[in-house]
Design a protein around this ligand. Structure first.
Ligand code: G6P
Length: 586
């Protein structure tokens, strides 16, 4: 997870940065800082140690700095013409087109791209604010950036185009802008969470929101209620998903693909076996639809804890994929070994943990690169598993001649659109919190979906049980009429994943029976469905097809999280649950 931190204050801000690094305790290995040392702009790079130690900076009288933490060895911050400093994070979906139009090379990093767009405008005579407005109109995707111009040493600009950014007031007139909610809640006394499209000026005066017409408005900055405690890792990990997914999209989205040794074997595959438990099992179930549709293959999904006790007869051309965030879950390791003993010749581990036991037992490992997941509940690692399984499914489809070049390109384009769609889903927090306020006291809930959204409903119900301690059960909506409908009444709400696709009309028909039995309905949908008495609708982002299950998964993660918050549960370490210990992390 890369992070941005900017500071500006009348006094030296380096000690404050040092404190932030300890609080963040990030797994990033590089820190890049651009700072003003007695008026001179200096750029420094630090290799960060694990576990994180207090950094001692060279003595300086530094009144402003912009720092970025990342796993990239090259700087994400630049000083250039017009004495401009820019640091950006996120994924720009038109990066290549913009870079070509600016003549800066398609390998440029995001900060270089933003800087080039701004400089082009400054060269044409625009003010920095005008340049920012034009830049924001040109950037597509899920990006945020902070910039500073030496001529205006009193302030900086922060621009949010989807990736979360927060502006805060600290003691001693220090102002901070950063990407971590946990950090800002600990450091600042008053915080403004930027909305998509916001441009904020912060510095030595009151922070101001710059409206599109150029008018400045004082920021409404509610005081941080420290008694509420620091937000949970689970929330931080839910909110990290646009970035964790963008990292994978960058790795696998634009023409790059799976390791060559694995690709070489794909054309001969005739079936797929997916082994996993918990949330990873739900990822496997969602992916089974992709392997059928995109790769044209029969798929078997085995619950690890059950699979080891079965008489299995793997085909000689079967591909076994064992899925585990930790790579250390004993059931999944046992299931994989069971498959191998019974003759499975081709095995892949999909894990978030390089060097974990699972990865040492297989022919090929695929890593989800999501960074450490502290909360017991799987969130960012799960959506990363889904994305990797999607890459595997369409690469198999391509290798087996099931997909045309155009279909592969369309699959890759959908990947590029995903981080933005996830960021848009995260903006539904207010509505989802409102639902949680109504739902968290319900003892029993149904979560329903159809097709690939049925396992999404299973995952949503699983999360509600896991962190909100509510008895939630998932059904395919077509099954309601075959039994579960007997339980529906005004006390049993039904949460519905209803993407506007080929199954939508069938689902609307299924829901009539719920209303007829006075069941309250809570619909997540990108369809044009109105909320009416007894039916509340949250409008989901449009534009995804195969990857739509990922955004519904994220929405249900948020719902379970806020239900757990309202119930006052120990969210990151739910009762009776433990996360398998991971080895080193990507
Ligand atoms: C535990 C956790 C689940 C997790 C499951 C599988 O049961 O409570 O949240 O999904 O383990 O973990 P893995 O590391 O194998 O994906």
């Amino acid at each position: 997870m890369s992070e941005l931190i900017a500071y500006i204050a009348p006094q030296n801000v380096l000690p404050a940065l040092s404190d932030c690094l300890l609080i963040l305790n990030s797994s990033n290995s590089h820190l890049h800082v651009i700072q003003a040392d007695d008026g001179d702009i200096v750029q420094r790079h630090y290799a960060l140690q694990m576990p994180v130690q207090r950094l001692v900076f060279p003595p300086a009288n530094c009144h402003w700095l912009i720092a970025s933490l990342s796993n990239e060895p090259h700087p994400a911050i630049r000083t250039i013409q017009h004495h401009l400093v820019v640091t950006a994070m996120g994924l720009c979906s038109n990066h290549i087109d913009l870079a070509r139009s600016l003549d800066i090379g398609i390998a440029s990093n995001l900060s270089e791209l933003v800087e080039a767009v701004l400089v082009r405008q400054l060269n044409d005579g625009a003010t920095l604010l005008e340049a920012i407005a034009i830049c924001n109109a040109q950037l597509k995707g899920d990006v945020s950036y902070i910039c500073h111009q030496q001529g205006h040493a009193q302030f900086m600009f922060a621009s949010c185009l989807g990736r979360p950014l927060f502006v805060g007031l600290e003691s001693g007139l220090r102002q901070i802008c950063c990407s971590s909610l946990r950090l800002i809640r600990q450091r600042a006394n008053q915080v403004y969470a930027m909305n998509t499209g916001d441009v904020v000026r912060f510095g030595l005066g009151a922070p101001m929101l710059i409206l599109p017409n150029g008018i400045e408005q004082a920021l409404q900055m509610p005081a941080v209620n420290k008694s509420q405690g620091i937000p949970h890792y689970m929330l931080e990990e839910i909110e990290a998903q646009p970035e964790t997914l963008a990292i994978l999209v960058q790795k696998y989205g634009a023409g790059f693909s799976l390791p060559l040794a694995l690709r070489g074997k794909l054309a001969g595959i005739r079936s797929v076996t997916l082994l996993a438990c918990g949330s990873s099992y739900h990822a496997a179930l969602v992916a089974s639809y992709w392997f059928e549709t995109l790769a044209g293959l029969p798929v078997q999904v085995g619950l690890s804890s059950e699979y080891s006790d079965r008489d299995v007869h793997p085909d000689a051309y079967d591909l076994v994929v064992a899925i585990s965030q930790s790579g250390e879950t004993a059931d999944t390791i046992a299931a994989l070994k069971h498959a191998q003993i019974n003759g499975s010749p081709r095995t892949v581990a999909l894990s978030n943990s390089p060097g974990s036991t699972l990865t040492t037992l297989v022919d090929h490992s695929l890593l989800t690169h999501s960074g450490a997941e502290q909360s017991v509940s799987a969130t960012k690692s799960l959506t990363a598993q889904l994305l990797m399984l999607y890459v595997l499914a369409f690469t198999l489809g391509e290798a087996r001649g099931e997909l045309s070049k155009e279909q592969v390109t369309a699959a890759q384009q959908e990947m590029l659109d995903l981080p933005t769609a996830v960021a848009e889903t995260l903006q539904l927090t207010k509505d989802i919190r409102r639902w949680a306020g109504m739902l968290h006291r319900k003892k029993n809930l149904f979560v329903i979906g159809r097709n690939a959204h049925y396992p999404v409903a299973m995952e949503g119900a699983f999360k509600l049980r896991e962190v909100a301690y509510q008895h939630a059960v998932a059904f395919p909506s077509g099954e309601l009429k075959h039994g579960p409908i007997t339980l529906v009444n005004e006390e049993l709400p039904v949460i519905v994943c209803l993407p506007w696709n080929l199954q939508a009309q069938k689902m609307l028909d299924d829901l009539k029976a719920v209303r007829a039995n006075r069941g309250e309905i809570f619909i997540l949908s990108n369809g044009n469905i109105a909320s009416v008495e007894g039916t509340s609708v949250i409008r989901m982002p449009n534009g995804l097809n195969h990857l739509s299950p990922i955004i519904y998964t994220v929405a249900l993660q948020m719902l379970a999280y806020y239900c757990a918050v309202f119930s006052g549960n120990d969210i990151d370490a739910p009762r009776n649950l433990a996360k398998a210990k991971t080895a080193t992390l990507a």
